[in-house]
Design a protein. Structure first.
Length: 317
């Protein structure tokens, strides 16, 4: 939390408030509408991807997964710790579809891993094909190294479920017998939630839908760059998107406020955009990304609450 405030202070440092306000006032806000549409198309592709991730657990229509996704985003944007992305979505899908909440939560975690993987691939591809330099090149290298190290344990565990079960049995031995059985069962459920990545067709579909998600998410940055008359090539706006989102690994305020702003601004400055315009652009982009999906998510969360309450009452004697 303190780090987020520190990054926000750095975000505004050196920028002229008058010039920021001038940039905000002169932006073409008609382009916010297609930018929001692009974001919600990305959300739809998230639902399609989640269908593939959940395929070992059952068949689920993408439209039934939209509500948990939007609800989890709303919670994530209002509560620190990114709990919405795993706990809320896993609980809602598990409760509605009558599947293990641990397994469905593991699929939500896997979705986040694939987000990181695709953004990492974007950074790698641009690093080798575009003339990056200075801060942007250094941050790209740090991002590649850090995320590569973080993803290896996940994919190692996902592709070696037998080894992980044996390791779980060994680690749980000091526990009382009832807890040994619980830990082993929880581990098996979690591993069942990542089973989709062990199928080559599913892995391919998950990767393709992840690429589509981030194409449309980058569309928000591209459209808003047009709104602010920022003249950057497409690959530069993709690198801004990737670094801004990958920075959300850093503990932050709700919605990733702090790291998203600072690293997004620094990337833009490294690409030749002045500080005040960079601050104005990133501020409006983040607001465009947060506000509509949070409002939509709260509506769906309210509907889910009433649906679950009605179900509980119906099941009560």
């Amino acid at each position: 939390m303190l780090l987020s405030f520190f990054l926000l202070a750095l975000f505004f440092r050196g920028a002229s408030l008058d010039k920021i306000w001038e940039s905000v006032l002169h932006a073409n806000y008609f382009l916010v509408i297609p930018a929001i549409l692009s974001y919600f198309i990305a959300v739809w592709w998230r639902a399609v991807r989640w269908r593939f991730l959940l395929s070992p657990l059952g068949r689920f229509a993408p439209h039934r997964l939209l509500s948990p996704i939007l609800s989890s985003f709303a919670i994530n944007n209002l509560v620190p710790g990114r709990v919405g992305l795993f706990i809320v979505s896993g609980f809602l899908v598990g409760e509605r579809e009558k599947i293990s909440k641990i397994a469905s939560g593991a699929t939500a975690l896997t979705a986040q891993i694939f987000d990181g993987l695709v953004l990492l691939l974007i950074v790698i591809a641009i690093s080798f094909t575009a003339p990056l330099s200075g801060w942007v090149l250094q941050m790209s290298r740090v991002t590649i190294a850090l995320y590569s190290m973080l993803m290896f344990p996940f994919f190692f565990a996902a592709f070696n479920p037998g080894l992980m079960c044996r390791l779980g049995h060994f680690v749980s031995r000091p526990l009382p017998p009832p807890w040994q059985e619980k830990v082993r069962r929880w581990l098996e459920l979690a591993l069942s939630g990542v089973a989709a990545v062990r199928s080559l067709p599913n892995f391919t579909l998950i990767l393709i839908t992840s690429l589509l998600i981030w194409t449309f998410e980058a569309g928000v940055f591209i459209l808003m760059a047009l709104a602010f008359n920022i003249d950057l090539p497409l690959h530069s706006l993709f690198i801004v998107t990737a670094i801004a989102y990958l920075s959300l690994l850093i503990p932050s305020l709700p919605g990733g406020v702090g790291p998203f702003e600072y690293f997004g601004k620094q990337t833009l400055i490294g690409l030749g955009i002045n500080q005040s315009l960079s601050v104005a652009f990133i501020s409006i982009v983040h607001l465009t990304l947060l506000l509509p999906v949070t409002l939509a998510g709260l509506v769906f969360l309210w509907l889910e609450r009433h649906t679950l309450t009605g179900r509980v009452r119906h099941q009560s004697p």
